[in-house]
Design a protein. Structure first.
Length: 116
């Protein structure tokens, strides 16, 4: 029962992560922010932070990048056009980088706690 509850909680967190990403993409297009600002600054920073927090929440390297991929692909076909594909790949790489940094930070904190 506990295992099933844990997996349901992880699925709910993953769904919330997808909703947050959709909110970020949608708010940038609805408020008609500068495309340069949103594509080169806001989206990369947000997916980097999502990468860090997704590793902390899920303890999985692929949770954040897969959510970023899913939302970016859907946004590419609904909001943007197919020329957005290169940015999808860049955002996945940035999210993966954030995930590895989050994993490294958690590893360092666990090592300092063990040696204290």
């Amino acid at each position: 029962m506990k295992v099933m509850k844990s997996s349901v909680n992880k699925m709910v967190l993953f769904a919330m992560l997808i909703v947050i990403l959709f909110g970020i993409y949608g708010s940038m297009t609805i408020f008609q922010m500068n495309e340069f600002l949103s594509i080169l600054i806001i989206f990369p920073v947000s997916v980097f932070l999502i990468g860090i927090f997704s590793y902390k929440l899920f303890q999985s390297i692929w949770a954040g990048p897969s959510a970023t991929f899913l939302v970016s692909i859907i946004s590419m076909f609904t909001i943007f056009n197919t020329s957005f594909w290169i940015w999808v790949l860049i955002y996945i790489f940035i999210c993966l980088l954030g995930t590895f940094i989050g994993k490294g930070v958690l590893f360092l904190f666990s090592q300092t706690i063990k040696h204290s």
